[in-house]
Design a protein around this ligand. Structure first.
Ligand code: URA
Length: 434
């Protein structure tokens, strides 16, 4: 087989066989196929799409690119949730500890920042010394010991996704249904979870711009999970505005810690309670209302926060940063964006808020680029809020890219639509697919 022929076949809209898809994934994982050919294939998939059999073959090939965890290795019911990606989406840092505090096992494989969205692995690595590259044996041992571990795709587990994910991030090939499905479900199947909650984001800050796009993605992922005998639940949630107020790695970890302490922005806290409740419910611990009450209690009792501390310590980070977030390094520069007008924040382009955060240094332009963990945005005003001319809309933070503050401000203001009328309120959870 030649990679050239497979790229051409997909470029011309033909269907790839299971054997061809496996050959591509195996060859890219072991380095025989170079980045430029894999990037061309991702672009061909982006434009031509894949049928369900191809998506399924791609997902299984990603899963099989490394080791898989089997049911006997972790004691108890393993439940995971995975988001399709959004701006300010730090839910995993809150619901992982909540679910674990409620007695389910959370063995989570997350990703780094992707396109304009942030990633849990980058957020966690803003805690100095914290390792997200545990070996399989360390990962299993930690989950059995404390109930929770969050790692990235590694040389052991889903290595094909590790490489493809980094490549897609910098080649404008993220928002493709087959690539998102195989990335998310390949990781989930490799982790051998029993139950999976999918948080499918819909709206301007998501890769699914419409609810219909989100529904299609949810249906394909749920179908793949069910065929692998997983208990599946998908939530379609609003990503027309960023989640919470913080966008950017350490800023988001600090907001997640505040939420586990019982504070945090209301929209973010309530979504976390709901998602954690669905995880606990899928594990068979009660009905949705009972599980919501358990999730709230895990926060009010401090158990979930203690679990995050335990996880940080187990993975080599300093747990004192969790009790005392003032220990996180501060950005060198900050700038308050004044409102150009009186009115209401009518709507925002959340993707562009993500782009403004990238301009400040919170994400990558090339695979090799490092991240400024202190960079990002904290919103003072969100959609539906009233604002006076000159009042602060948001604070921009950066250490590495002081010169980009002007550019970030411009992107931010262009993405903020201020009008003399208030917008209609939108529900955060659009739909639950059981
Ligand atoms: N999350 C993932 O893990 N992969 C994607 O492609 C998108 C979101």
């Amino acid at each position: 087989m030649r990679m050239y022929d497979l790229i051409k076949k997909k470029r011309d809209g033909e269907v790839l066989s299971e054997e061809e898809i496996r050959w591509f994934i195996e060859g890219y994982t072991d380095g025989r196929i170079p980045d430029y050919q894999a990037a061309a294939m991702c672009m061909a998939i982006y434009f031509r799409g894949m049928d369900n059999a191809e998506i399924s073959a791609l997902t299984l090939a990603v899963k099989d690119s490394g080791e898989t965890l089997d049911f006997s290795e972790i004691e108890g019911i393993r439940v995971d949730k995975h988001s399709t990606g959004g701006v300010g989406d730090k839910t995993s840092l809150v619901i992982g500890p909540i679910a674990a505090a409620c007695g389910v096992k959370v063995a989570k494989i997350s990703g780094r920042g992707l396109g304009h969205t942030g990633g849990t692995v980058d957020k966690l690595e803003s805690i100095k010394g914290l390792r997200t590259d545990l070996y399989k044996s360390e990962f299993i041992d930690q989950v059995n010991r404390i109930g929770l571990a969050i790692i990235g795709q590694s040389a052991d587990i889903a290595p094909a996704d590790k490489k493809l994910y980094a490549l897609r991030d910098v080649t404008a090939t993220v928002d493709s249904l087959p690539l998102i499905t195989s990335s998310i479900m390949g990781k989930k199947l490799a982790a051998g979870d029993d139950c999976i909650v999918l948080d499918v984001k819909c709206g301007s800050g998501s890769f699914n711009k419409t609810v219909e796009d989100g529904e299609r993605l949810a249906a394909v992922m749920v179908d793949i999970g069910k065929r692998a005998e997983k208990k599946m639940l998908a939530v379609l949630s609003d990503m027309d505005k960023p989640l919470g107020r913080a966008i950017g790695n350490s800023l988001e970890v600090i907001e997640a810690i505040e939420t586990l302490k019982g504070g945090g922005p209301e929209d973010f806290r309530e979504l976390c309670i709901d998602l954690a409740a669905y995880m606990i419910e899928l594990a068979g611990k009660g009905d949705t209302e009972e599980c919501r009450a358990m999730a709230r209690e895990a926060i009010s009792s401090g158990k979930a926060l203690a679990l995050l501390e335990d996880m940080v310590e187990a993975q080599g980070g300093d747990p004192r940063w969790i009790r005392h977030p003032s220990l996180f390094p501060k950005s060198l520069y900050s700038y308050e964006v004044p409102s150009p007008a009186d009115g209401w924040i009518y709507r925002v382009d959340a993707e562009q808020y993500g782009m403004a955060s990238l301009a400040l240094g919170a994400g990558r332009n090339t695979k090799e680029e490092s991240i400024d963990y202190t960079a990002g945005i904290v919103l003072a005003k969100k959609t539906g809020d009233r604002v006076a001319k000159g009042e602060t809309l948001a604070t921009l933070y950066t250490t590495e890219k002081q010169g980009n503050i002007g550019q970030a401000e411009k992107i931010f203001l262009t993405a903020t639509d201020i009008r003399t009328e208030a917008p209609e309120e939108q529900p955060l959870i659009i739909k639950v697919i059981r």
